[in-house]
Design a protein around this ligand. Structure first.
Ligand code: AMP
Length: 515
């Protein structure tokens, strides 16, 4: 088959059809820890799983949770759930079980696919271990077209919510299709086989930004897990043997690699592009990539989970880096519209700051079962009739390029992870020995490097000082993923209050940055 021609068609039309087409080529689709699944294996496993789900769930169309970290079969499972006409919900094992329970409580699934092992539910069926293996690999492969029968929600990704409970962003098949259409020209490097790095957890929508583009181009995903990432020499050896040519990553991950002088073409000899996403790309990071990976493109992109991974992009040039200005986030992709509006929703003149609004076909369906929250951020654009999303990001447009400035609210990015400070505060308040709490981001060189918590213990709290701080970190780990746990906890007798009787965040930040 003609890879590049088909890749464009598959990317623009139907990723499932592309997978079926590439199944005839013998190409590798997923590589993980020495195991390889070819496209034909992926298609067969997804089809078998879809039939199994139909037999277990019958007419129940509730979303299917996929709990785990990295496994060669996680992506076939996502595809299988789609083929069964249901939405899948990837939940990484960095989410502790209580947060998984909160997600399950919102979704009321009939089926949970458990790669971590050990889940048992009274209200839902758990598919894991040998049962999961059989559902994927045993028996006849059902025939029929590889097209999800439903044009509804493809996946739901849970992200930090300010109330302390995560919120589920629903992305439809047609949103994903629009994303693939507008992103593929930037992503595709022609006919394969080529290899794409898969180093991010599947509950982070950045992973959608390489899984589907890779599959619709017939490329192989080289899967890297947390255990490997946490050991730099092991990671570098793994990368050096990966053959990866496309890296879609947060700046934080690459900055972590760049901290080692060894991170250069000897680690990723074939890389042709770094596509950054999820948080601000700093000039210093882009410059180091240009120096250590001559010839590789550096592309900055921007977009929230709610609008399907990313909606703008720009290739970063040496001039942009040399200008000393913050780097642009780019131009809207495809037919996406970006507007910068003032507090009343009116477009501001070029160069003026305002809230970024995204309007277009990749804008998702809203928050699962949270109509009031959805109505606050999603809207129908009067001019185009298309869906819009008010991002809460402040930015401006200069000479056709968009720039990101800051958030309007208390959402932060820490190592690429999206965190609502209210989420952390509300979980602190769930601890029975805490009476009040506030959380601030700590900045260094313009980016958040950790969270700092300020707490007031209840009278008669069992411990104080160091014991209390340790207890807080231990108990929070049962409620939130590790990346949300504050790096420091300061115990106070009372939180400072300003003249209006409100929490005085400035006084708190003076404790962090004494003048
Ligand atoms: P997430 O939903 O996790 O992808 O996070 C989306 C948020 O990350 C956006 O609303 C921005 O606040 C931030 N973000 C994403 N990409 C960029 C970028 N290139 N520069 C600055 N901030 C970004």
């Amino acid at each position: 088959m003609q890879g590049s021609g088909r890749a464009g068609r598959g990317g623009a039309e139907n990723v499932y059809r592309s997978i079926a087409d590439f199944a005839a080529t013998g190409r590798a689709a997923i590589k993980y820890r020495g195991e390889t699944l070819e496209y034909s294996d992926v298609a067969a496993r997804a089809r078998r799983l879809a039939a199994h789900i139909a037999s277990v769930c019958g007419t129940d169309k509730s979303p299917v949770v996929i709990y785990g970290h990295k496994d060669i079969d996680m992506i076939p499972c996502m595809l299988g759930v789609s083929l069964s006409g249901r939405a899948y919900v990837p939940v990484d094992t960095s989410f502790p079980e209580s947060r998984l329970d909160a997600i399950i409580g919102q979704l009321e699934p009939k089926l949970v696919i458990d790669f971590a092992g050990g889940l048992a539910g009274d209200d839902y069926v758990v598919l894991n271990g040998d049962g999961l293996e059989r559902a994927l690999t045993a028996g006849r492969v059902p025939d029929g077209d590889l097209v999800p029968p439903d044009s509804g929600i493809c996946y739901i990704i849970f992200t930090s919510g300010s109330t302390g409970a995560p919120k589920g962003v629903g992305i439809r098949h047609r949103n994903l299709k629009a994303f693939l259409e507008h992103f593929n020209p930037l992503f595709s490097i022609g006919d394969g086989p080529h290899t794409v790095l898969d180093a991010f957890s599947y509950s982070f929508d950045l992973s959608v930004g390489y899984i589907y583009p890779a599959l619709c181009n017939g490329y192989a995903l080289h899967v890297v897990d947390r255990r490997t990432i946490e050991d730099i020499p092991v990671l570098f050896e793994d990368l050096a043997n990966s053959g990866a040519e496309i890296v879609v990553s947060t700046p934080s991950f690459i900055e972590m690699c760049l901290n080692s002088a060894r991170f250069d073409r000897s680690v990723l000899p074939l890389v042709s592009r770094f596509i950054f996403c999820g948080e601000a790309l700093r000039g210093g990071c882009a410059r180091k990539i240009m120096e250590r990976f001559p010839g590789a493109k550096v592309i900055n992109t921007y977009g929230p989970t709610e609008t399907t991974v990313l909606v703008t992009a720009v290739e970063i040039t040496a001039e942009m880096v040399g200008s000393g200005r913050s780097l642009p986030i780019g131009r809207p992709l495809g037919d996406t519209l970006l507007r910068i509006v003032d507090e009343d929703g009116r477009a501001v003149p070029d160069g003026a700051e305002g809230e970024l609004q995204i309007i277009g076909r990749s804008v998702g369906a809203g928050y699962f079962n949270r109509p009031e929250l959805t109505a606050r951020a999603f809207f129908e654009d009067a001019e185009t009739g298309l869906s819009g999303y008010a991002t809460g990001d402040v930015g401006y447009n200069a000479d056709g390029l968009f720039y990101y400035c800051r958030r309007r609210d208390s959402q932060v990015k820490l190592n690429g992870y999206r965190i609502e400070l209210g989420d952390v505060e509300n979980n602190l308040l769930r601890l029975p020995y805490i009476s009040s709490a506030s959380v601030l981001p700590v900045y260094d060189g313009g980016r958040v490097v950790r969270l700092a918590a300020f707490v007031v213990p209840r009278a008669g709290a069992p411990t104080s000082g160091r014991g209390l701080r340790l207890a807080i970190k231990r108990d929070l780990a049962k409620l939130m993923p590790g990346y949300m746990i504050p790096g420091t906890v300061t115990v106070l007798g009372a939180l400072p209050i300003n003249d209006n009787g409100k929490l005085d965040r400035r006084a708190l930040s003076e404790l962090l940055y004494p003048s």
